[in-house]
Design a protein around this ligand. Structure first.
Ligand SMILES: Cc1cc2nc3c(=O)[nH]c(=O)nc-3n(C[C@H](O)[C@H](O)[C@H](O)COP(=O)(O)OP(=O)(O)OC[C@H]3O[C@@H](n4cnc5c(N)ncnc54)[C@H](O)[C@@H]3O)c2cc1C
Length: 663
């Protein structure tokens, strides 16, 4: 088995607490992961008892949000789909067993798009519509996942993926209508949560940067935010000169960063605003800094990972015009008119265009959207009646897949074949899925594929070749959202920081969770002696390659990295950032959850690497065409990684199915 593991040092391991019991470490991981990702999948080989337990959604105590360790695309969730890539899959898998079920609609994918498709279909066809939703994970929601922790007995809830209700553009009428129908009014919820929150315990804490020795020559924490907390609109706490003087950056790099951040220079004199924008759209931000602003190469590591959170890649592969959209430094003197141009990504285009905005973050992020959709579809599965009361409501997984309800959600079930039983315009569709080492077949009048685009050619080899090619084009963006439950945060308090950006490290940042107070959920600590969550993000990529190749390298990285390696990196990173404040990773860490998303954000077209397709000719538009009684949803179908896009695509797909009379 090939893994990404590093050489281990027993003494350092002990110091970091690798031998300490944390709430629950995912012992399964590391055995199957490497094998599944790289060699033949173990799916056909045999199922160990712990993995089998994951499939038992009806078993007493089944409650995936409380699992810690490796989550997101967890062990066991992708064995079937990876096995399907093997041409010998069908020869060794045998014939599926017919369950005898016939549905009006089968939805492949239980993310927000799939749940929304079920919602829209039922709204159009009526409450008697029989719907089955299949998802390969042990929990519903797709990227919108809930994580729970109980450090020191206090319930902390976190988003394992999809974080918030916000988008570069206002939500559509359909998406807002769905939100409202399930009880979510983002503006009202946001103002109530703000009014309820008392954040005084965090007052006075500043943001910080951590410079690591591997990237910057020495380990150094620099407290304070020159130019304001990054992206948070906070007031600057020091001048750039004061900040830079404390860093291990070279004198030339310090001078260049101060110039870049503060001087208003027209670096492209003699060009009109549209000409400048066109020029900026054809160079990376890294090239802009090096060749136009002419900074020293020593400056680059300071900015390299700044684009990771949005794009999953660094400034070497993101256009300078995109970075203008985000008000990165260097553009103020260029006098660009504040209107997005056509050669910008979906995300940057929206951000560069002024709009009315709303922004709400449930404690579990948009897992609440998924949970409220489940409540609308199967009311018994989530007690209560309001968005607020849903936050503390416990989902009953045993209610998800019952013969007594018209809508059923079947977890740990990976669709492997979706095929019309006769002529596509008039016949049923047979859906074959793998679960617990067996294949099963159900029938349906229509199917919405709300799964990932790249899976669809494997599921539907009958699709036209051009459509299959289009579906394979995008490469999903790998991301990791890590949560670390701490028994206390005295070290943060002692250092006077609420987190640190660490541009060169394994996770590019760590920050204290400030909880959203809603529906009786309020874990806000009274003092630094109380428990808390630390949130960290990682975006594996390979600078220097084209964007899609960087994402492919990131997939391989994530699928060959064991939880033990993540844990070691996390303990080491927090120790190095916080040890001057008295942090002891062996003593202070209560639990760790690594939400690993090798197939994270939908691939957005990147003007630096992708062609300017004419209207209607982009891969997502070609790929999402309906095929007989099969329609295609998911945020991949919009090539835009946003909840509103996932909902809009569900609405369109359901409309297409109904037009095809698959009702
Ligand atoms: C870490 C992270 C953070 C994000 N943050 C935000 C945010 O703050 N705001 C925002 O708007 N968006 C965010 N997004 C984007 C997010 O992808 C969308 O908002 C939305 O949740 C996507 O929903 P979806 O249903 O289209 O896809 P998904 O959530 O990916 O759901 C698709 C489901 O289909 C399943 N599936 C795939 N193949 C099969 C198969 N063969 N059989 C059965 N099931 C299958 C998948 O495993 C998955 O569970 C984030 C994404 C990630 C990864």
């Amino acid at each position: 088995m090939r893994t990404n593991d590093e050489e281990r040092h027993p003494a350092r391991d002990r110091e970091l607490g690798m031998d300490r019991a944390i709430s629950r470490r995912d012992f399964l991981n590391g055995v199957a992961i490497g094998a599944a990702g790289i060699v033949a999948s173990p799916w056909l080989a045999g199922l160990d008892a712990q993995t089998a337990a994951r499939f038992a959604q009806d078993a007493p105590g089944y409650y995936p949000p409380a699992l810690t360790g490796m989550r997101g695309s967890h062990d066991g969730s992708y064995d079937v789909s990876h096995a399907l890539r093997d041409p010998k899959f069908w020869a060794s898998a045998g014939q599926p067993a017919a369950t005898g079920e016939r549905y009006d609609l089968v939805v492949v994918g239980g993310g927000i798009s799939g749940l929304a498709a079920a919602y829209f279909y039922r709204a159009r066809v009526g409450p008697n519509a029989r719907i089955l939703i299949l998802d390969n994970h042990d929990d519903f929601g797709g990227h919108a996942k809930r994580n729970e922790f109980r450090p020191g007995g206090t319930l902390w809830i976190a988003n394992g993926g999809t974080a918030g209700i916000s988008s570069p553009f206002p939500y559509s009428k359909e998406a807002l209508g769905l939100m409202s129908a399930i009880g979510i009014e983002p503006t009202k919820l946001a103002s109530a949560a703000n009014a309820a929150a008392d954040r005084s315990v965090f007052q006075g804490l500043q943001s910080a940067y951590f410079f690591d020795k591997e990237t910057f020559g020495s380990d150094r924490l620099v407290v304070g935010s020159p130019g304001g907390g990054r992206g948070r609109g906070a007031a600057p706490t020091m001048s750039w000169e004061d900040f830079l003087a404390r860093t291990p950056l070279s004198p030339q790099a310090q001078k260049d960063i101060a110039r870049l951040e503060t001087a208003k220079v027209d670096y492209l004199p003699g060009l009109s605003s549209p000409e400048k924008k066109d020029r900026l759209s054809r160079m990376s931000y890294k090239d802009f800094l090096l060749n136009v602003v002419k900074v020293s190469p020593d400056v680059i590591p300071f900015y390299q990972s700044r684009t990771h959170g949005l794009y999953g890649i660094g400034i070497d592969a993101v256009g300078a015009l995109e970075c203008w959209g985000y008000r990165y430094p260097g553009f103020e003197g260029l006098n660009l008119d504040p209107i997005a141009n056509g050669r910008m990504s979906f995300t940057a285009k929206g951000d560069a265009t002024p709009k009315p905005s709303y922004n709400f973050h449930f404690p579990d992020g948009n897992a609440s959207v998924a949970r409220l959709l489940v409540r609308a579809l199967i009311p018994d599965a989530l007690p209560g009646s309001t968005a607020e009361d849903s936050v503390l409501a416990k989902a009953d997984y045993a209610k998800l897949d019952r013969t007594s309800t018209n809508v059923r959600i079947r977890l740990s079930s990976t669709a492997v074949r979706v095929k019309h039983t006769g002529a596509p315009a008039t016949s049923d569709v047979e859906v074959v899925y793998g679960r617990e080492k067996k294949l099963y077949a159900v029938r349906s009048k229509g199917v919405v594929l709300a799964c990932w685009n790249m899976m669809i050619p494997f599921l539907c080899p009958d699709l036209p070749g051009k459509q299959q090619e289009a579906l394979k084009y995008g490469v999903k963006v790998p991301l990791v959202y890590t949560s670390v439950a701490l028994r206390n945060w005295k070290a943060f308090k002692a250092l006077g920081i609420n987190g640190a950006t660490s541009p060169g490290m394994y996770h590019t940042g760590a920050r204290l969770e400030v909880p959203t107070v809603i529906g009786g959920y309020n874990p806000t600590p009274k003092s630094a002696d109380d428990s808390i969550l630390v949130r960290m993000t990682r975006t594996p990529c390979k600078p220097g390659l084209p964007s899609r190749d960087q994402h492919r390298a990131g997939h391989a990285d994530l699928l060959t990295t064991t939880f033990a390696t993540f844990e070691l990196k996390i303990r080491d990173q927090l120790a190095r950032i916080l040890s001057a404040g008295g942090f002891d990773p062996a003593r202070d860490i209560d639990a760790i959850t690594v939400n690993r998303w090798p197939h994270g954000y939908a691939y957005e077209y990147n003007p630096l690497w992708d062609p300017d397709w004419p209207q209607g000719q982009s891969p997502c538009e070609i790929g999402r065409k309906p095929f007989g009684r099969i329609a295609i949803a998911n945020s991949d179908a919009a090539a835009a990684a946003y909840t509103d896009q996932a909902i809009d695509q569900a609405y369109r797909a359901v409309g297409e199915l109904i037009a095809a009379k698959a009702t």
